[in-house]
Design a protein around this ligand. Structure first.
Ligand code: TYD
Ligand code: MG
Length: 453
């Protein structure tokens, strides 16, 4: 038996016999870490059935079977997966510590009473898991719990039990005898994932892997973990907020634009099927600096509150800060307001916040951002029955956005009386379909006139 010292890149998993300052594979600096690798045996923990001869087929000769999806009993989770679990797939759920990954996985394992589930934790004892289960108030006669971190044992149990769903909490705590490094190192993570991948494919066991995230937000362990699995879900949200969002970063069996929304309660995660109602704050009086955007995240429309605070800069250089919205985009919008509409904002501090602690990518939020900033700057409140949907271009024009009708329907459903959209979204007879008043804008300077007179 020989021990070898190998250096691995934490980011991409590239290896080198000596330490390198810059990874030649991914270009990151200071990512090499030393590991002692001792190869004890080359045998796989799995005894695979004999290889069959594979045969290439003509594309036209391939039958399209409808992929059967397994219902997990959790609508938001089904949604991000693209309609349920696909048999034999490996799903990686990444998220910061304390965000609720274990809670979500246990909840799924317990709620899917029609599935035989096996929940394996390398982090918590069986008693701790029981306490958590009591807290989320679920009991199941179909869920087996195991505290184990030896991969060989896990594979043994999984083959014996043949669960319909296997949960591994977390991949960083698992250890295989095949390599002699400690859990959480690049070689361990890669070997363990490899074995679990074989297990999932050979026995058609859908597997959920839980993965930790490093301080800078990427999945701990190498990027190659993301390449190995079928689906990567990111569980995010502000720990201090109650909302949690799960989004697909990669999905071999569905779209990556879907997201699921949960609310962290005393008794576990509650599925949020109508997010708009939660994302709007409920105060009575009119406050300046608040505008509501009719946005679409994934395929779901929802109304999001944008809050802005504009005040004279105390220091020489004004501060710009943004939560939930791209800071560079905020700077661009401020420049557009300055240059195209003549607002003096260069000497002002601007703070922007998307309510509920969520992150928005939809460009249609631009118009609401601009209105919130102007409202705070001029200290004039915007009526809370109005909402906005439009992208703002560098020339100051309000550009049309996709799926406008869906946005209007959602705004109408939630009791808004007026929606501002781009003039170029003017579809014949759009107004006649809705009761809500539809107002059109073509330039940022017009918006101010129509909004504040
Ligand atoms: P946990 O699932 O352990 O997070 P992770 O596995 O991602 O590290 O749970 C994190 C937090 O959730 C913890 O601080 C307590 C809180 N929590 C609730 O608010 N309600 C609950 O029902 C449970 C189980 C946890
Ligand atoms: Mg956990």
């Amino acid at each position: 038996m020989k021990t070898k010292t190998i250096f691995f890149c934490k980011e991409c998993g590239a290896q080198s016999p000596k330490w390198l300052g810059k990874c030649p594979a991914c270009g990151n600096w200071n990512t090499y870490e030393e590991e002692n690798v001792q190869v004890t045996s080359n045998k796989s923990a799995l005894t695979l059935p004999k290889k069959e001869k594979t045969k290439p087929k003509l594309l036209s000769g391939i039958n399209l079977q409808e992929q059967t999806r397994i219902d997990t009993g959790n609508n938001e989770f089904n949604r991000v997966l693209g309609g349920g679990l696909v048999p034999g797939t490996i799903i990686l759920i990444g998220g910061e510590p304390g965000i609720g990954k274990s809670t979500l996985a246990l909840q799924i394992a317990l709620k899917a009473t029609n599935l035989k589930t096996l929940y394996i934790s390398g982090e918590e004892s069986e008693q701790q898991i029981k306490l958590r289960a009591l807290r989320i108030n679920k009991n199941s006669d179909n869920c087996l719990i195991l505290n184990e971190s030896s991969l060989e044992n896990i594979v043994f149990h999984a083959i014996e039990i043949k669960p319909d769903l296997l949960v591994i909490d977390s991949i960083q705590t698992m250890q295989t005898e095949k390599v002699e490094s400690s859990p959480g190192t690049v070689t361990q993570i890669r070997e363990c994932t490899n074995e679990l991948l074989k297990l999932a494919k050979t026995y058609s066991i859908p597997t959920i892997l839980i993965g930790h995230i490093t301080k800078d937000g990427s999945l701990a362990g190498p990027k190659l973990l993301e390449h190995m699995v079928d689906t990567v879900l990111q569980f995010e949200g502000d720990r201090n907020h109650i909302y949690r969002i799960i989004r697909a970063v990669k999905n071999r069996f569905g779209s990556t634009s879907e997201l699921g929304i949960f609310e962290m309660q005393q008794s576990g995660l509650r599925e949020v099927s109508n997010p708009s109602e939660l994302l709007l704050s409920h105060y009575e009086e009119d406050i300046s600096g608040v505008a509501i955007s009719a946005s679409i995240e994934g395929i779901r429309p929802f109304l999001i509150e944008v809050q802005a605070l504009v005040s004279s800069a105390v220091y020489g250089t004004p501060q710009r800060s943004s939560t939930g919205f791209d800071l560079r985009r905020l700077n661009m919008l401020l420049a557009v307001l300055e240059k195209r509409a003549g607002f003096r904002l260069a000497q002002k501090d601007v703070f922007l916040n998307i309510a509920g602690g969520i992150k928005v990518d939809d460009p249609a939020i631009d118009l609401a951002v601009i209105c919130a900033i102007l409202s705070s700057d001029q200290d004039l409140s915007i009526d809370r029955t109005k909402c906005f949907a439009g992208e703002v271009g560098l020339t100051g024009e309000i550009r049309p956005v996709t799926r406008i009708e869906q946005r209007i329907i959602e705004a109408e459903k939630l009791g808004f009386t007026e929606i501002f959209i781009s003039k170029h979204n003017k579809i014949q007879s759009l107004q006649s379909k809705f009761k809500i008043k539809i107002s059109f804008a073509s330039k940022v300077d017009e918006v101010f006139k129509t909004m504040f007179g």
